[in-house]
Design a binder for this molecule. Structure first.
Ligand code: ADP
Length: 505
């Protein structure tokens, strides 16, 4: 573990400039999340929590992000400093001890990491490709309690939990309020980044939570004979948000509600969608340390060098004129990997190259690896590889996102900044952010398909391949894509408004 150096990771100038423009009074805000860049990441949650915190900092706020001291966080290239106090965490009638580490992520954003090696010193955050860790109920009940212990000494005005892992914190604050008098003025927000993951466990875990039996009830945490951690947060949060405008409506339907549509309908007046942003400090071809050549909207020539570099890196034939379809994704059912596998044979017969970087479920990893072995124009890299993700988004002509559902999605926003056109399913945040190609659409920046089936996906790919042949249209679409602005500042302003309205309520 690295020791902290003073002044390390000082904030960059865009944030300083934004702060100067927004001298509003600061609230004290604590984010509680299982992931935050650059300490721990498996997907967009980590990007979102970091970028939102930085953007709020730009609006004059100070933030604390509480997360587990995962093994990956301890070994991230971020200086950590041990905080003297150890906290005592009640869990299932026991009192467990935890250490606390601090990392200064920027001038006004600090992370506090809860060290409990028995729970968090593991290779992965949630489980292995074979499945979730069997003690996840215990790990995240502990995390939710421990976060409150860490914050007890400086209770925030706003406690903002992200996804199911810390959602119980909000339930503990209300259902066990007498244990947390310091938080009596704290208002709570729960953001659903992905309703498909709820933290549902057998009834056996109930004693771990230390809540009275009356809360094990369908109106609170009980969910079809099991305990649902996310539901606990949803029932008790002062405000619920999701990460695009379409997703709050979608999740109130049986198709997208994963059994919680009724709960969300009941809480609809406290439910709001705020589109996530893209972090252009990290994702911009003008200034991207991972890619072969820089380029921008005025001069796209560097993109060709990036394409050649990607082909070389993956061992694809070096051909500047063949359309290259990239994909950067968790390999999970949500991401449409099943549909991709059904489509790949037909896709690979077309005059194109495919470059996939992904990690996730073992069966998908195996199927994709087997497929590439039999096809010269398809390359699959089974890894979580940040550098390669950047190379794919810069070097590909198109990026495929066939998601079954997508609360927001960052890949399409990132890809657009690189002039790489998304071919995506028309759902959730994908529908909200991609202006689709179609008759008379001068602002088109990508391709959308409705049906979750092979013909629909292939139809969109064929439309993209037709555009690829029409150089002027292709360039115009690339420029539209690069002009799209999904900056976090707008998102942060939305959250700040919510925080302020809760505090004056
Ligand atoms: P989700 O959070 O559901 O996985 P998003 O599109 O919101 O999907 O965010 C995914 C983020 O994770 C993006 O920043 C993407 O580049 C990154 N990512 C996903 N898979 C990989 C991978 N195999 N290697 C590197 N980065 C990845």
């Amino acid at each position: 573990m690295k020791q902290a150096k003073p002044g390390a990771n000082a904030q960059k100038s865009p944030i300083r400039k934004a702060r100067a423009r927004h001298p509003e009074a600061s609230c004290s805000i604590a984010m509680v999340s299982c992931e935050v860049v650059p300490l721990a990441k498996t997907g967009g949650l980590a990007d979102a929590v970091y970028a939102l915190s930085r953007a709020l900092e730009g609006l004059g706020q100070r933030l604390t992000v509480v997360l587990p001291a995962h093994r990956s966080a301890k070994h991230a290239n971020v200086p950590l400093e041990r905080i003297g106090t150890r906290v005592h965490v009640p869990l299932g009638g026991r009192r467990l001890e935890a250490g606390v580490w601090k990392a200064q992520l920027s001038a006004h954003v600090r992370a506090l990491l809860i060290e409990a090696d028995a729970y968090f010193d593991r290779d992965d955050l949630y489980g292995t490709p074979e499945g979730d860790y069997p003690d996840n109920a215990e790990r995240f009940a502990f995390f939710s309690r421990a976060a409150l212990e860490v914050l007890r000494h400086e209770p925030p005005q706003i406690l903002h939990a992200h996804d199911w892992h810390p959602a119980l914190s909000l339930a503990f604050l209300k259902a066990d309020a007498e244990s947390y008098p310091e938080f009596s003025q704290t208002k709570t927000v729960l953001t659903i980044h992905n309703l498909g993951y709820q933290g549902v466990f057998t009834e056996n875990c109930w004693p771990l939570l230390g809540l009275g039996q009356k809360w094990y009830h369908p109106e609170f945490l009980e969910f079809h004979g099991r305990v649902n951690f996310l539901k606990g947060g949803l029932m008790f949060a002062d405000k619920i948000t999701t990460v695009s405008k379409s997703y709050p409506k979608e999740i109130q339907t049986p198709e997208y509600g994963f059994g919680l549509e009724g709960v969300l309908q009941n809480r609809a007046s406290n439910l709001e969608g705020i589109l996530n942003g893209a972090d252009y400090e990290v994702w911009d071809p003008v200034n991207d340390r991972y890619i072969k050549a820089s380029y921008g909207i005025e001069d796209l020539s560097g993109k060709l060098a990036c394409k050649a570099d990607l082909q070389e890196t993956l061992g694809l034939p070096q051909a500047p004129d063949i359309p290259l379809v990239g994909m950067v994704s968790r390999l999970a059912e949500q991401k449409g990997i099943g549909l991709l596998l059904e489509t790949l044979e037909a896709l690979a017969k077309r005059a194109l190259q495919v470059a996939i970087v992904g990690k996730g479920e073992a069966s998908y990893e195996q199927a994709l690896s087997a497929f590439q072995a039999a096809h010269d124009n398809v390359k699959v890299c089974i890894a979580f590889d940040e550098a390669l993700a950047h190379k794919v988004l810069a070097g590909a002509d198109f990026v495929l996102i066939p998601s079954r559902y997508e609360p927001c999605g960052l890949v399409q926003m990132h890809a657009m900044r690189y002039g790489t056109l998304p071919i995506a399913r028309a759902t959730g945040g994908l529908k909200d952010t991609i202006v689709p190609h179609g008759p008379g659409s001068k602002k088109a920046a990508g391709f959308l398909f409705e049906g979750y089936d092979v013909p629909s996906l292939l139809g969109a790919v064929d439309a993209a391949l037709a555009v690829y042949k029409r150089k002027a249209t292709r360039r115009a679409m690339a420029k539209n894509a690069m002009k799209a602005d999904f900056s976090w500042q707008k998102t942060a302003e939305g959250y700040l408004e919510i925080y302020k309205s809760l505090l004056i309520a």
